[in-house]
Design a protein around this ligand. Sequence first.
Ligand SMILES: Nc1nc2c(ncn2[C@@H]2O[C@H](COP(=O)(O)OP(=O)(O)OP(=O)(O)O)[C@@H](O)[C@H]2O)c(=O)[nH]1
Ligand SMILES: Nc1ccn([C@@H]2O[C@H](COP(=O)(O)OP(=O)(O)O)[C@@H](O)[C@H]2O)c(=O)n1
Ligand SMILES: [Mg+2]
Length: 210
Amino acid sequence: NKPIRLCNYFFVTGGPGSGKGTQCEKIVAKYGYTHLSTGDLLRAEVTAGSERGKKLTAIMERGELVPLETVLDMLKDAMIAQSDKAKGFLIDGYPREVQYCNKSSCGPQIGPPTLLLYIDAAAETMVKRLLKRGQTSGRADDNEETIRNRLSTYYSATEPVIGFYEKRGIVRKVMGFAKGVSIYQEKKAQSPHTFHLSGDSPTRAESSSD
Ligand SMILES: Nc1nc2c(ncn2[C@@H]2O[C@H](COP(=O)(O)OP(=O)(O)OP(=O)(O)O)[C@@H](O)[C@H]2O)c(=O)[nH]1
Ligand SMILES: Nc1ccn([C@@H]2O[C@H](COP(=O)(O)OP(=O)(O)O)[C@@H](O)[C@H]2O)c(=O)n1
Ligand SMILES: [Mg+2]
């Protein structure tokens, strides 16, 4: 069993359609970190058509959470496969439940993150984006009913994760606008937990035409 080389890794959280994948792409372009989306890993398993994939399909189409062991297995394999060349990892969409966070570890197999990056967006913005994405994404969960369930799962199960890491001082809010600033630099005039990456517009205050 090859050990995972120690490096920076960041959890990336936010509601469905908040822009986790979009912001991760910007961070990859700027910092060269390796992006692992747990949702994408699960969808790859579904596409592969394995027995495990078939069970996942039903859960994901309901907008519920798949068992933690499944996610961790896939995540661990993906991290090991890339650990030689990765400068750091962006783990997008994990963890989803506060019960798996504790003082020293988050999940039984991977340690606490360097930082938790939190992508904030209003529910109505997320719904609008996902309905639009659903016109072309082919994602079985980009439909109105599942989006509603994903939002409710997010607010009840996942949002408390932010509070957990906030108490430990490692939450950084990512705003998808303004010109790029270093991931570690925070302007004095801004909230100490906010940093900016280049992007198009504020996720909170987007215009209604957006
Ligand atoms: N207008 C606008 N659209 C955005 C922004 N960020 C993301 N989007 C769009 O919103 C949709 C969702 O973005 P993703 O990056 O896939 O969001 P996600 O959080 O990874 O979503 P899930 O995979 O469902 O968790 C996509 O269609 C993006 O193109 C933004 O800053 N502004
Ligand atoms: N760590 C994870 C990631 C995704 N998932 C499942 O995969 C679906 C899609 O995840 P995603 O991160 O791509 O998308 P969002 O639901 O965040 O928009 C979720 O609704 C869950 O069913 C999970 O259970 N656990
Ligand atoms: Mg995504």
